[in-house]
Design a protein around this ligand. Structure first.
Ligand code: PLP
Length: 492
């Protein structure tokens, strides 16, 4: 044994000291977050060029490591928590969540089955039942019926698990070739459904991405779904699964859940409702109507890691019949056998997901809900929606802009209009406007192209975004557009 004491990587007093240093570092990061360009401006390879080629042989103090975080890592971050972040959909955070995340990481308890950490499983059940009530989901999704909820890492995982459940259910009901199963969605459905289909063995040729129209606000049309299903049935194929979206990624369109699920039911098609972004809004009674018809679904999911003050990773999935999931995903291994599982009176969440091991995610969601209460969470949603409504009204009142689709939640989609401008001119102007706004470093937004129209998406939802930030955005939009149109006029 050497002269120095053995290292203890989990010394409680060192943990206390270092964790305080990191908390101070993060608190300062949040104090200064508006000083950083929202979207990182580094060049590719910036970090690999700077970092040592080999791992350090000797331990380094936390202070030295944090200096490098400040100097090298922060410049390469896009600051999703900045109040000027309006890109993609927000991934909002909160103190309650950070502390919950600290606790769950601190315990590092792996609750793959009930026995492996009863609290992890039971808290997840409690939180999922709370949320079920909060969203007024039908009782059939509850553990008190045959249903139940589970926390996955992402909607992609929920897609894969529900696709597998639907596939196994169908193949147990009738003898069929996997190649005959067909999945339906719209051209607005999140692209990860296509990946999920590939993962579970559904050929891309058997995924019907039904075209939507701007004139119908990009909703999936029940008639179009019916036509597609009937045509497949006539061709000897087997309709398997349809994904409906509440709040599409591009424009936050909401599919008519009731009419679509009634059609699906006639053909014994599994209905999944993906409310990744907008599900959170449905905790407010004034938005709950968007969920009408969810009772016709087999499964429903939303991402607290978008708009529920909860950080990645956290996707809540409910199913109407938990045995659909567990029959498809359970495995039986001697090492995991125990008396509690044998009774069948406990939930073993390993049978509700892809991986065996799982994080104690319920801890952070429970902390968030308790820290802010239902009223606090509703207040956050309402604040963002109010800001978006105001921003939309400003755009509508200015003839230089068009709000391309009506706003449903807190995301506004607009383009620049110029006198006598063709669609191509408008696209060029809108794209140039977006680039110049983002280059300022004060704000960050993303775009989509729908029916050939280039649209700037303004997703208002970062936890720190206040009225003054939206006002600043509006001032910038006006100022940059004035410059842009003036320089175009000078060229003509
Ligand atoms: N569905 C919708 C409507 C989304 O907007 C997104 C992501 O933005 C996803 C699914 C994918 O979510 P995740 O990253 O949790 O897989």
């Amino acid at each position: 044994m050497g002269s120095h004491a053995m290292m203890n990587p989990l010394d409680p007093e060192e943990f206390r000291r270092q964790a305080h240093v990191v908390v101070d570092f993060l608190a300062d990061y949040y104090l200064n977050i508006e000083n950083y360009p929202v979207c990182s401006q580094v060049e590719p390879g910036y970090l690999t060029k700077t970092m040592p080629q080999s791992a350090p042989l000797q331990p380094e103090p936390i202070e030295t490591i944090l200096q490098d975080v400040q100097k090298h890592i922060i410049p390469g971050l896009t600051h999703w928590q900045s109040p000027g972040f309006f890109g993609y959909f927000q991934s909002n955070a909160s103190t309650g969540n950070f502390l919950g995340e600290m606790l769950l990481t601190g315990f590092n308890s792996v609750g793959f089955n009930w026995l492996a950490s009863p609290a992890a499983t039971e808290l997840e059940i409690v939180v999922m039942e709370w949320l079920l009530k909060l969203l007024q989901l039908p009782k059939s999704f509850s553990f008190s019926s045959d249903g139940g909820g589970v926390i996955h890492g992402s909607t992609c995982e929920s897609f894969v698990c529900t696709l597998v459940a639907a596939r196994e259910k169908k193949l147990s009901q009738r003898e069929a070739d996997l190649g005959k199963l067909v999945v339906y969605c719209s051209d607005q459905t999140h692209f990860s459904l296509q990946k999920g289909c590939r993962v579970v063995g559904i050929s891309p040729n058997n995924v019907r991405s039904i075209q939507t129209k701007k004139s119908m606000n990009f909703q999936l049309s029940p008639d179009a779904l019916l036509t597609a299903i009937e045509s497949d049935v006539r061709a000897g194929l087997i309709p398997l699964y349809v994904c409906l979206t509440l709040g599409t990624t591009s424009t936050t369109a909401v599919d008519p859940l009731l009419a679509l699920s009634e059609i699906a039911k006639r053909f014994l098609v599994w209905v999944h409702v993906d409310a990744a972004y907008a599900g959170s809004a449905c905790i407010c009674p004034e938005f709950r109507h968007f969920l009408d018809g969810v009772e016709g679904a087999n499964s429903f999911s939303f991402n607290p890691h978008k708009w529920f003050l909860t950080t990645l990773d956290c996707c809540c999935l409910w199913v109407k019949d938990q045995s659909d999931l567990t029959k498809a995903l359970s495995n039986d291994y001697e090492l995991l056998k125990n008396k509690a599982s044998d009774t069948k009176n406990v939930v073993d969440y390993k049978d509700w997901q892809i991986a065996l091991s799982r994080r104690f995610r319920a801890m952070k969601l429970w902390m968030v809900i308790r820290s802010y209460g239902v009223t606090g969470l509703q207040e956050v949603i309402r604040k963002h929606v109010k800001l978006a409504k105001h921003f939309e009204a400003l755009l509508i009142a200015d003839k230089r802009f068009e709000v391309v689709v009506p706003r449903n939640f807190a995301t506004v989609c607009f383009k620049v209009l110029a006198p006598n401008a063709s669609n191509e001119d408008s696209k060029r102007l809108t794209e140039t406007l977006l680039d110049s706004l983002n280059a300022s470093g004060l704000v960050y937004m993303t775009h989509v192209v729908r029916e050939g129209v280039y649209v700037i998406r303004v997703a208002i939802g970062a936890t720190l975004t206040e009225e003054k930030h939206v006002r600043m955005l509006w001032d910038m939009v006006q100022e940059h557009t004035t410059h842009l149109l003036a320089s175009c006029a000078a060229i003509e």
